[in-house]
Design a protein around this ligand. Structure first.
Ligand code: FCB
Length: 457
């Protein structure tokens, strides 16, 4: 083999190798329903909060929506074939709640259930262990009309949804993620207003966070009761934090930010309740908590999912936001979304979570990068920066494993380019390029690198 025959990146020094991680390590890609499925009005699917939000002028940068997206609803066999051909042994997907409950009959929609049943069969046929996320942000609009996650009744609706899905898929799906990134659901959707439903009220956001955590905690025993050998967890978006300077005001701001970004979610999940200092800082915006809620939220889980993208640098900013903090724009190397590239942050974060909470097995349930990919005249997508991003993050992950952090799997975000929420289709995170005009899929160099890493040349 000459150097030219090597898969892109394989000749880089210190490149991680699959064998560094052990035979049982899970290697996947992650996706989410609203971002890839399309088929917005097919087989009884009803409106989601993202359909409504996307239809509101000014909310999505390119004015688009997930109505067609990658048309994965119809093209899933091809997409799962790609996953198999890359050599993945796991695949993380999410279930569109608006395909399952329409808010009228109270009964699950058979056509929606059938779709996910076929999808799961497709994964198993291709050697992909299914990892199902119940909630990756596409709440049915009819539930938002009844108050959304700020209403306690949505917790009950979620349990009905979890019940329906686990009854239908639980004979084949053991790994369940209740929620994806509750911080984003709560804060981006209900305080900052960047995400659906586009509300801007801090108290609402904290009530939403509470109900999301509560619905998680109540779903854990429900899923276990229905699914033999269930492994249940939650996926959080976490960032290692840096203080903007050594000035004690910046250091204190970083601590306040950490209270909301990290401890507000992890402390209750691991039985410590909401952090007292942060609770005092949020004052009247604190959520209504009923007796028994905190115990329910602390239901023991089987794993923790960590979504890692970048570290945040925090400065004191009196009067800015509810906690008087500001996240500074990144310095140094960034992706095209302006997110810092900091592979060591992944190892640092996993080690911290493990040390602080001992949550048991950790999985990197998302990690990836957005770059402005170009299809060459030869059809190749030379996404060197993403390939290097992936390789360097896997090198950091190898370090975490070597240091004894119990991380057991990695899901790259994302298999396909997709609808990147408020950024629409302007931002590409896929290992596989999608031409939205033709729906053609093309492996980028990063996908080829991952395939080579996984031993599928
Ligand atoms: C995460 C989301 C995921 C995707 C990536 C880039 O916060 O979970 O859906 O948008 O960011």
């Amino acid at each position: 083999m000459t150097n030219n025959d090597l898969p892109p990146g394989a000749d880089e020094p210190h490149a991680p190798r699959r064998a560094d991680f052990g035979a049982d390590f899970l290697w996947g890609c992650a996706t989410s329903s609203y971002q890839i499925e399309g088929a917005g009005a097919v087989d009884g699917r009803v409106e989601s909060i993202w359909d409504r939000f996307a239809a509101t002028p000014g909310s999505i940068r390119d004015g688009s929506s997930g109505h067609v997206a990658c048309d994965h609803y119809h093209r899933w066999p091809e997409d799962l074939d790609i996953g198999r051909d890359l050599g993945l042994n796991a695949y993380r997907f999410s279930i569109a709640w608006p395909r399952i409950f329409d808010g009228t009959s109270g009964r699950p929609n058979e056509k929606g259930l059938d779709f996910y049943s076929r999808l799961v069969d497709g994964m198993l046929e291709r050697g992909l262990q299914p990892w199902a996320t119940l909630y990756h942000w596409d709440l049915p609009q009819w539930l938002q009309d009844r108050g959304g996650w700020a209403a306690r009744s949505t917790v009950d609706a979620f349990l009905e949804f979890a019940d329906a899905m686990t009854r239908r898929l639980g004979d084949r799906v053991s790994h369940w993620i209740t929620h994806n990134e509750p911080w984003c659901t709560a804060i981006l959707g209900n305080y900052e207003g960047w995400h659906a439903p586009g509300l801007k009220d801090f108290g609402t956001a904290l009530q939403v966070a509470h109900h999301v955590l509560l619905s998680h905690g109540k779903a854990v025993p429900l899923i276990r009761a229905i699914v033999p050998d269930a492994k249940v967890g939650i996926a959080l978006s976490l960032h290692p934090l840096r203080s903007a300077s050594a000035d004690p005001r910046d250091v204190a701001a970083m601590e306040r930010h950490d209270g909301m970004r990290y401890r507000w979610f992890l402390d209750p999940l691991y039985g410590r309740g909401y952090p007292a200092t942060t609770l005092a800082q949020v004052g009247e915006a604190a959520p209504v908590v009923l007796p028994g809620d905190m115990d329910a939220i602390a239901a023991p889980t089987d794993f923790l999912g960590v979504n890692y993208y970048f570290p945040e640098t925090v400065a004191d900013a009196p009067g800015h936001g509810p906690l008087g903090t500001r996240v500074l724009p990144a310095q140094g190397e960034t992706t095209s979304l302006g997110w810092p590239v900091a592979p060591q942050g992944l190892a640092e974060l996993l080690a911290r979570v493990d040390r602080d909470y001992r949550p048991g097995p950790l999985y990197v349930t998302e990690n990836g990068a957005c770059y402005d990919d170009v299809v060459g005249t030869d059809g190749a997508v030379r996404d060197t920066a993403r390939r290097r991003y992936l390789m360097r993050h896997l090198a950091a992950l190898r370090q975490a494993v070597a240091d004894g952090v119990p991380v057991k799997g990695y899901f790259a975000w994302s298999l396909l380019d997709n609808f990147e929420w408020a950024e629409g289709y302007l931002r590409r995170f896929g290992l596989v390029h999608v031409d939205y005009a033709t729906q053609q899929r093309r492996l980028k160099d990063s996908a080829k690198w991952y395939r080579a890493f996984l031993g599928r040349n």
